[in-house]
Ligand binder design. Structure first.
Ligand code: AMP
Ligand code: GLY
Length: 415
């Protein structure tokens, strides 16, 4: 099988490793990729949000399967353009990707499907914002109604901060605060059949103890030893299947990866957000444990044959991913710093580039991911942090508490 993977972040590095390890894959092309991905794939340049350019590259590469990593190409219609060429795509149509691209659309689908989520109001002006803040009370949750790479949400007890964010965004969704630990569940689907991956937890804030602003994600681990028994089945039953059915019924079936971001509240799991693609950095942790060949699984979803795919096989044990970010992140990151220790197994590249003299340098906010697996979370943390200790990057920022509370069996669920 010839596979074309679109994207060039840490998630795509993990996907590329999984695809390259599948014996069914004889050629892997990644566009645009990054210096880490270059070790396992041929890199091509392409403008990722130009549907015709991506479709042309898929045809030229004689791809049997196109896997779209990030959300922006999906929302731009890349999957539609590739599918129109008769090539199998793992990734939803632009219409179905709106489940991530528009918070208001996601709420509409959840309401129609009876999926538990936070009560919410779409607001167009300051008066509506003010009324919604009063209605739901603090902590305030204000979401930009559009793609924001995980950084369009402000959660604050400070009303003026909430109002300022709303004013900067224009159209926003304001919602009820959901109290409880967060879970990311990835569901591989062909639109009808659906297969959950291991549940994971992501660490969104920049600082230890969840201090500071939201980021794209500073670390992750899987599976969740503290998750209530039956959680995954329950989420499939009350969230995944009804959502997929609703999307099918309105003529926009979802093919690809439905990312369900949940809060486990006292009243049960409730959806915080949907994404239309694999999460970053949860993918690095989750795929480290997947034994089933990845290309075969994604190809089955892309060709409507997922129901016939054998059950997934997982390695036992735990995986932990720690993100190493550049100075300045999640504000404007400092770039161009030399990086050492990035070519070891378990290290995925995100914001890296080659300088003119061929040296590896930082080129984005999240620079590397350090992933390790081990029989338990304590050992997986130790191994992941040993990888982090071997990274040389001036001004590097990383959290020291990824998976710590779970490893110490201190996770508690609201009752
Ligand atoms: P989102 O982009 O919707 O995933 O939001 C980013 C982060 O903001 C989430 O991972 C949560 O940590 C937080 N968040 C979003 N919505 C809510 C909510 N209704 N209640 C509590 N936290 C939320
Ligand atoms: N880790 C969160 C996301 O991928 O959106």
């Amino acid at each position: 099988m010839r596979v074309l993977l679109l994207g060039g972040g840490g998630r795509e590095h993990a996907l590329a490793l999984g695809l390259a390890a599948d014996p069914a894959v004889d050629q892997l092309i990644v566009a645009p990729g990054n210096p880490g991905i270059a070790a396992v794939a041929r890199l091509r340049e392409v403008s990722p949000t130009d549907p015709q350019a991506v479709a042309a590259l898929a045809v030229e590469s004689a791809a049997d399967l196109v896997v779209v990593g990030p959300e922006a190409p999906l929302v731009a219609g890349v999957a539609d353009a590739v599918r129109a060429k008769g090539i199998a795509v793992f990734g939803p149509s632009s219409a179905a990707a709106a489940i991530e691209g528009s918070k208001a659309f996601a709420k509409e689908i959840m309401t129609a499907a009876g999926v538990p989520t936070a009560r919410a109001r779409a607001c167009e002006d300051a008066a509506e914002v003010s009324a919604a803040l009063d209605e739901f009370g603090a902590p305030y949750v204000v979401k930009n109604d559009g793609l924001a790479a995980g950084k369009g949400v402000v959660v604050t007890v400070d009303r003026s901060v909430a109002q300022r964010h709303a004013a900067e965004c224009g159209r926003v969704v304001i919602e009820e605060y959901l109290d409880g630990p967060e879970v990311s569940l990835f569901v591989v689907t062909d639109g009808e059949a659906a297969v959950p991956l291991l549940p994971a937890q992501d660490f969104k804030r920049i600082g230890d103890g969840d201090a500071g602003p939201n980021t794209g994600g500073m670390g992750a681990y899987a599976p969740l030893p503290w998750a209530p028994p039956g959680l995954v089945d329950e989420v499939m039953r009350v969230v995944a299947y009804p959502t997929l059915a609703r999307l099918r019924d309105r003529g926009t079936p979802f093919v690809g990866l439905l990312y369900i971001g949940l809060a486990l509240t006292a009243a049960g799991p409730k959806v915080i957000e949907f994404n239309a693609r694999f999460g970053d950095p949860e993918t690095q942790a989750v795929l480290a444990l997947l034994e089933t060949p990845l290309a075969g699984l994604l190809h089955a979803a892309a060709t409507g044959t997922l129901a016939a795919h054998p059950p997934l096989r997982w390695r036992s044990g735990s995986a932990v991913t720690v993100v190493v970010a550049a100075a300045g992140y999640p504000g404007t990151p400092r770039t161009g710093d030399p990086i050492d220790g990035a070519d070891r197994p378990g290290v995925t590249h995100a914001g890296t580039a080659r300088s003119a003299d061929g040296a590896l340098v930082s080129a984005g906010g999240r620079v590397l991911g350090c992933t390790a697996t081990a029989p338990d979370l304590v050992a997986a943390r130790e191994a992941a942090y040993a990888l982090v200790d071997g990274v040389g990057l001036a001004g590097a920022q990383y959290r020291r508490d990824i998976a710590l509370v779970a490893a110490e069996s201190r996770m508690s669920l609201p009752t």
